[in-house]
Design a protein around this ligand. Structure first.
Ligand code: AQP
Length: 341
């Protein structure tokens, strides 16, 4: 399968990003579960998407490089997948423009992320924030991806990508009823598709809800302990998985499950007759243990970052550009744009 996904270089990756997206990327690059066919994976830092929120240029440049090192630290391997920066490949914005001419305004107006972000950034509601899902569709179609591993919050955007495939294929048919694009599937993780905020379990874990909402994968142990110990809990004191009645503790149990490999019954059993405090204390230690190898690797990568970055990015950019060029050649032909020689 051809796989494509990306994360914005916002300077930090939290457990929601890790379990919603990155963990799936790792599994897909190594073809897990065992027996899965070999995947051709494209994972990128979506810097153009991040521009929809005001950025400080110097910090932004650092964040983009840092995101690549973060990907390597979690275990992405440039020999097994193509790692690249969105803006370094020509074609994303061009295809987005063409897709934009096929996108009804109404489709964009109903996007939940646009509604939420335009509320959060009332003084900078720009056109980019509105057309963001078109660029995302272009990212996916440029690589002719079969599947897009993301968290649940992105489902609506991938659905729009499928709508745009249908519109494009209808508007620009190929001879003999063939179609240029195929509809990409949303790939959600079985567990962790929507990790909830630590301080408000009615919302997803998110950077914009503030630092107490998330555990970042590079948070220091003392910060992780503090954040987990002050995470909100539900009424009662029983450690029981019940998303409806006990969303806060169920969310923490989901994180426990993901970092420890234990199932919910084992966790419930382990904390029978114990309170939230004991559970949270142990959860913090499990998270710290889980993140330690990633954090250690990230420190090592920092020491040789110039060389690592230039090698990784050059390799990834070339491979991604080749794929993008193949698609754009076909797109230009079918749309009727003059060939670029
Ligand atoms: N809470 C979450 N649970 C599961 N998956 C999540 N993702 C994000 N939050 C959760 C997934 O992470 C990937 C990265 O998406 P992004 O780069 O667009 O980051 P984001 O969604 O903007 O992350 P935040 O923290 O929510 O940032 P803000 O607050 O700035 O909007 C995607 O696959 C997403 O599904």
């Amino acid at each position: 399968m051809k796989i494509l996904s990306g994360i914005q270089p916002t300077g930090l990756i939290h457990l929601g990003n890790y379990f919603g997206a990155l963990k799936q990327w790792l599994d897909l690059q190594t073809c897990l579960p065992v027996g899965m066919e070999k995947n051709d994976c494209y994972f990128m830092v979506v810097d153009l998407h991040a521009l929809t929120i005001p950025q400080n240029s110097a910090q932004f440049k650092q964040n983009i490089e840092s995101a690549i090192l973060d990907y390597l630290a979690v275990g992405l391997d440039p020999k097994k997948c193509t790692l690249f920066v969105q803006s370094q490949v020509v074609g994303h914005t061009e295809l987005a423009w063409i897709l934009g001419t096929l996108t009804p305004l109404g489709e964009l107006e109903r996007m939940t992320q646009f509604k939420e972000k335009s509320q959060q950034h009332k003084d900078s509601v720009n056109a980019g924030l509105f057309t963001y899902p078109i660029l995302q569709a272009a990212d996916i179609l440029l690589y002719q991806a079969d599947g897009v591993p993301v968290g649940k919050d992105q489902e609506q955007h991938i659905e729009l990508a499928r709508t745009l495939v249908r519109k494009f294929n209808l508007h620009y048919p190929l001879p003999k009823n063939k179609a240029l694009f195929k509809e990409p599937a949303t790939i959600l993780p079985k567990e962790g598709a929507k990790i909830l905020s630590l301080n408000d379990p009615s919302k997803k874990m998110s950077k914009s809800l503030g630092a107490d909402s998330y555990v970042a994968i590079f948070d220091r142990p003392e910060i992780i302990r503090k954040k987990i110990m002050s995470a909100v809990t539900d009424s009662g004191r029983e450690i029981k998985f019940d998303m409806k009645e006990k969303p806060a503790i169920s969310n923490l149990m989901t994180i426990y499950k993901l970092v420890s490999g234990k199932d919910f019954a084992q966790i419930e059993n382990q904390f029978k007759n114990k309170g939230y405090g004991d559970f949270k204390k142990d959860l913090a230690e499990k998270i710290i243990e889980f993140l330690k190898p990633i954090q250690d690797k990230r420190i090592k990568l920092e020491k040789d970052k110039k060389k690592i970055l230039s090698q990784t990015l050059e390799l990834g950019r070339k491979k991604a550009q080749k794929e993008a060029d193949k698609t754009m050649k076909l797109v230009r032909e079918v749309v009727g744009l003059p060939e670029i020689k």
